[in-house]
Write a new protein. Structure first.
Length: 764
């Protein structure tokens, strides 16, 4: 097959010494289907009207072929404007001259080279190339005919991005193309029956003469995409930190993705400087930019009070001004359904317990008085270590009590940020940093008192939260619920720039790739499921390149600008979407740990679902399901194995990526009956038996009911009947078992080859 290459020439013309009335063109970039023009209006002002006169696009070899275009518009910031000039199909390859100017005939010219001979061009309309239906992966394709008329097959292959596994290989369509004719249309990839339906994928496309098998080198065009499980309802246990208040990303895009992926809400901030800088309420432009998107996508909000530009309020006047700001925020946001408010962000970095208590005493009753549904999230501490965080919380509670105040009147939720030092695994119990003072990390804010800060023998997330609960119990506040308004792991390998032990960074102890980030976040959600009311991960998008490397890479999606695919999903987005879909609003009923093996058991919709993993590289975990068949799903939600063992014992292979084991169907016993329909317990003189389902409820799914006879473990006869969905009572034709020593009854579902009932053995 003749290979095609992409050829595009960027032509630039700087307009100088040109006293004309039309908008100046500064760049002209040739793309396959258009010329992208940009420039600056002469006034260099935003919203300035301009007239763009594109007189002709001349073909140097055939001047008769030309296009006349005229357009006008309004400039953007600093007078900048852009215009996309479509290329008509009749514009072929060649050298061209673009003439532009005003209506009086004054004109300038740009020489361009156009090459439209790219063989296949692919694009995807979905935000971030993220799909939520594996049967409807839609790709835009532009196909170009060869030198002769041909009927071509368009073949597609889909590979997993993680391990390059081929999961889909089909001919999508057949097209007839004349010489240099272009086909443009949408192609649909249906992964519903593929080996994997969810995850990060690469689509490769080839076009070959019909009936010809495509070879590997034919698949030249490729594009990345992902498929995540869609949640029909939000998971009330999981939210996310969006940072719209910092002006990051597009709220309409993010909130749509969050809803589809099953998140319950966002945490963001509305600073003093944005809405109350002059002591009266000002319309907050940024908040107004996201509130409709939040409501349209049924997400809740936690709003953080902050006045970082002015510093933490300490004097009586500063505290009153901050309280007025908080009341103004709540009064104006209550109609939007915003009931949860967080008092400052990580104040334990710099401020004393007395200073924070004074602010809490002023703000909490003031916003409670606005509406009794309003809840205040106090503390918002960085970490949950004893010295730096837990002691600080306890000290504040003691300040309230010494003033004769009930902490419950001022604290509705305790907000924590339970990050793990050095990007460690959530289950990590021991301190691994022996480089500096034997501590987990040694930051500038730490003191000698931190050296014995970690809970002896256990530094895991669970132990830290249990320790916090126990310490709160000492001051009578262990009944106040927790919300983690920040938690997360950054995906970065290399020198992170984190303010932790430099030797740990150099040794790679802080390294974590994107798969590891997904593993840690999903595991932490299970570990903290019954410890914390709601977990808000930090953050939804990777940040721009204006911070330290670790801070840039906490996101669940890639950045929204200056990247190949804005908002592209990271593995953690797919993994957490699956968690929300499979376990959203489930009940955690068991927490089992055996050395490095974890088995957290949930109940949802009447079914048990085990979330299982190991912190080692590989382990085998025995599971007894009490007469249940099982389906095993990977971290992204792909069914990987289906089992039924008559003894209900299964050996599950575990790794650091969690698997979900669903006890999918109860397997009750069938009934073996004689010619009169009476139950039979053994094979006697009556030599005609069958299997009955009359004692079972409707099957729900189509299946096969079987009665089989055996002699010395060899099958000697069988009778079967198809059972339609919703049938209430069916039995097989009678089977002659005169020479048999064992009769067995089976019912198998056609759709998934999992038994609907246990095999029943009847002996002679």
């Amino acid at each position: 097959m003749k290979k095609r290459v992409i050829a595009a020439l960027i032509a630039c013309l700087m307009i100088t010494n040109c006293n004309i009335a039309f908008a100046g063109i500064e760049t002209a970039v040739v793309k396959r289907d258009a010329i992208l023009l940009s420039g600056t209006t002469f006034g260099n002002a935003a919203n300035e009207k301009f007239s763009l006169m594109l007189h002709n696009l001349y073909d140097a070899d055939n001047p008769a072929e030309s296009v006349v275009i005229a357009d006008q518009g309004v400039s953007g910031e600093d007078g900048k404007w852009t215009y996309t000039m479509p290329l008509a199909d009749k514009i072929g390859d060649g050298n061209y001259t673009l003439r532009y100017g005003d209506s009086s005939g004054v004109a300038e010219e740009i020489n361009l080279q156009i090459d439209r001979t790219e063989y296949i061009s692919l694009s995807i309309d979905e935000v971030g190339h993220i799909f939520f239906d594996p049967s409807m992966v839609k790709v835009n394709a532009i196909l170009l005919g060869e030198d002769t008329v041909q009927i071509n097959d368009v073949a597609a292959r889909v590979y997993t991005e993680e391990d390059n596994e081929l999961i889909f290989d089909e001919v999508l369509t057949t097209v007839e193309l004349k010489k240099q004719e272009r086909f443009s249309g949408k192609l649909t990839i249906d992964l519903s029956n593929a080996r994997k339906q969810y995850g990060m994928f690469v689509l490769k496309l080839a076009m070959v003469p019909t009936g010809t098998e495509a070879s590997e080198e034919d698949f030249e065009a490729e594009i990345r995409f992902s498929v995540a499980k869609k949640s029909e309802t939000a998971n009330s246990k999981v939210g996310i930190h969006t940072q719209f208040g910092h002006g990051y990303a597009d709220s309409a895009v993010n909130t749509m993705l969050l809803k589809n992926a099953g998140y319950c809400g966002i945490r963001d901030y509305l600073a003093y400087s944005q809405c109350f800088s002059n002591g009266v309420w000002n319309e907050p432009v940024r908040y107004n930019g996201w509130v409709d998107d939040i409501q349209n996508n049924d997400l809740s909000q936690i709003i953080q009070f902050d006045s970082t530009n002015e510093g933490f309020p300490k004097t009586k006047e500063e505290i009153q001004r901050f309280t007025d700001y908080a009341v103004a925020v709540v009064s104006n946001l209550i109609d939007d359904g915003v009931y949860y408010y967080e008092l400052w962000n990580e104040p334990n970095w710099e401020y004393t317990a007395e200073e924070y208590a004074n602010l809490l005493i002023s703000v909490a009753p003031a916003i409670h008085n606005v509406d009794d549904r309003v809840k205040i999230l106090a503390f918002s501490v960085a970490g949950v270590s004893n010295f730096h965080s837990v002691n600080w919380i306890v000290n504040i509670i003691n300040v309230l009590k010494k003033k004769g105040l009930d902490p419950h009147d001022y604290i509705d939720y305790i907000s924590v940020h339970p990050y793990k030092p050095l990007n460690q695994a959530p289950e990590k119990k021991t301190r691994t940093c022996t480089c500096t003072y034997g501590t987990e990390s040694f930051n500038a804010w730490e003191s000698d008192a931190d050296l014995n800060d970690t809970i002896p023998g256990d530094s895991s997330l669970v132990a830290r939260m249990d320790n916090l609960t126990n310490r709160l119990g000492e001051v009578g506040c262990d009944d106040i619920p927790f919300i983690a308004t920040e938690i997360g792991w950054y995906s970065f390998v290399g020198d992170s720039g984190q303010t932790s032990c430099e030797k740990c960074i150099a040794a790679g102890r802080t390294n974590l790739d994107e798969i590891g980030q997904a593993q840690y976040c999903v595991r932490a959600t299970a570990l903290l499921y019954n410890k914390i009311d709601t977990i808000y991960f930090h953050t939804f998008n990777n940040k721009p390149e204006n911070t330290v490397d670790c801070e840039e890479n906490y996101g669940f999606t890639k950045r929204w600008n200056d990247v190949e695919i804005p908002y592209e999903a990271k593995p953690v987005f797919i993994a957490m979407a699956n968690f929300n879909s499979m376990l959203g609003n489930a009940e955690l009923i068991e927490e089992n740990q055996d050395d490095a093996k974890y088995d957290y058991v949930f109940r949802k919709d009447g079914k048990k679902i085990h979330m299982m993993w190991t912190t080692d590289d590989s382990e085998i975990k025995a599971l007894n399901t009490d007469d249940m068949a099982i389906v095993v799903y990977d971290m992204y939600g792909n069914p990987t194995d289906k089992y039924y063992n008559s003894d209900s014992l299964y050996n599950i292979t575990l790794s650091q990526s969690p698997v979900y084991v669903e006890e999918t169907v109860a397997v009750p016993e069938l009934e073996v009956v004689d010619i009169n329909g009476k139950s039979v317990g053994s094979i006697g003189d009556n030599t005609q038996l069958s299997v009955s389902m009359s004692t079972l409820s409707a099957t729900k799914e189509k299946g096969i009911l079987i009665c089989a006879a055996y002699k010395d473990n060899m099958l000697i006869g069988t009778k079967a009947i198809t059972v339609e969905a919703e049938e209430m009572s069916v039995q097989t034709p009678y089977l002659n078992v005169q020479n048999a020593d064992v009769v067995k009854g089976f019912y198998w579902k056609i759709s998934n080859s999992i038994p609907g009932c246990k095999a029943v053995k009847i002996f002679k």
